[in-house]
Design a protein around this ligand. Structure first.
Ligand SMILES: Nc1nc2c(ncn2[C@@H]2O[C@H](COP(=O)(O)OP(=O)(O)OP(=O)(O)O)[C@@H](O)[C@H]2O)c(=O)[nH]1
Ligand SMILES: [Mg+2]
Ligand SMILES: [Zn+2]
Length: 355
């Protein structure tokens, strides 16, 4: 198998050449704490980070994640490998780590298309769709909506979902599918290009893994039992890059509960470009679109040219991202201070940084 078949295109080739990493590059297909699985021309093997790699990493985002291209050295005749560095990422999906910690988490790297999956049945939520689209736009990944379980709703309910998506001004391509009847599956198979990388994002239980099994034509991956409706239980527990028979690469992921905004300002602007367009005509360039005179956004809202909930969500996401960005910057400042402190202590003790 050629590396190009698992996504190694000219862009990555250039990167590898620039860094002088000739032959030994491989792709990370799974991560389990500090254990990695990588795929090369021969197949999949286990890999570990070198001590130096760990020592020089400054944050979690410096560590490899699923989809990353890494340079490796092989041991025991290629039975396992050590990872020396990560090639620059062409694209990545990141969010704020769940919970109170203000930190970035890279979910997957070098993705071409993100399938944003929601169930037509219980999970459908336009505001959450917008969050996922922000994440994709921010990471330079093309978003595509997959609405599953069409077998559980009637044609009228389906039409109302389409209307809600359109009304929110979401332009992303939408595919309706059912893993039960098979509707839409062929469409997905056809649109997946060999050598391109796709991933499945969405809540737990929407049918991500079932879809992969459908596409693989067997039931190799564990899905939730039909009788099991246990809330909050995740069936898929790790991210995994799968090479499909027709050549597409697909990453399965555990369901996500939280999708916090951090450093997502550009992604928000791209996602809400309708708001951006209207705001160009506001009288004041720094208009907050609240109650300033001559606000074109307020005018568009009054004339129903802009959806009110869509706009409220825009404000909410902006505020959330700005708030987290501030805390993050504050934290980095402290980290830098700590770095300087360590450096000066080492200096006074006559140690060099390399010691
Ligand atoms: N009726 C119906 N049920 C489906 C469909 N797709 C999946 N299911 C069922 O939904 C449940 C959850 O499916 P999974 O594929 O495990 O969901 P998941 O998104 O991978 O969930 P996590 O791994 O927890 O993130 C299973 O019982 C599936 O059989 C569908 O199109 N229609
Ligand atoms: Mg799953
Ligand atoms: Zn305005």
């Amino acid at each position: 198998m050629e590396l190009s078949e698992i996504g190694f295109d000219d862009w990555f080739k250039d990167q590898a050449e620039q860094y002088g990493l000739g032959e030994s590059v491989a792709r990370v297909t799974a991560v389990d704490r500090d254990q990695y699985i990588i795929r090369n021309e021969q197949g999949e093997i286990p890999a570990e980070l070198t001590g130096k790699f760990l020592y020089t990493a400054e944050s979690r985002t410096d560590l490899p994640c699923v989809g990353d291209w890494v340079s490796v050295r092989y041991h025991d005749f290629g039975a396992h490998a050590s990872i020396h560095r990560i090639l620059p990422r062409k694209s990545s999906l990141r969010r704020k780590t769940p919970g109170r910690n203000i930190e970035f988490q890279i979910i997957a790297a070098n993705i071409d298309v993100a399938f944003i999956v929601q169930s037509c049945h219980f999970d459908f939520n336009v505001r959450r769709l917008e969050r996922y689209i922000v994440m994709a736009n921010e990471g330079h990944v093309e978003p595509l909506l997959l609405l599953t379980k069409t077998d559980l709703i009637g044609p009228e309910a389906l039409a109302s979902l389409v209307e809600k998506i359109r009304h929110a001004g979401i332009a992303a391509k939408t595919i309706f599918l059912s893993n039960v009847t098979g509707e839409g599956i062929e469409l997905i198979r056809e649109l997946m290009v060999p050598g391109k990388t796709y991933c499945l994002l969405g809540s737990s239980g929407v049918g991500k893994t079932t879809l992969i099994n459908r596409l693989m034509g067997d039931s190799g991956l564990e899905t939730r039992g039909v009788s099991d409706t246990g809330e909050g239980r995740h069936t898929t527990t790790r991210r995994q890059l799968i090479l499909l028979e027709h050549g597409g690469l697909l990453i399965d992921m555990p369901g996500m509960r939280e999708l916090g905004m951090l450093g997502a300002s550009d992604g928000i602007d791209d996602t809400f470009n309708d708001v951006q367009e209207f705001s160009k005509n506001c009288r004041f360039t720094n208009c907050s679109h609240a109650d300033e005179p001559g606000c074109a956004v307020q005018m568009a809202l009054a004339q129903h040219k802009l959806n009110a909930e869509h706009f409220q969500n825009y404000l909410k996401l902006k505020k959330e991202s700005e708030f987290h960005d501030l805390s993050y910057a504050e934290k980095r400042k402290k980290d830098r201070a700590f770095g300087k402190f360590v450096h000066s202590v080492m200096k006074t003790r006559g140690m060099r940084d390399e010691d």
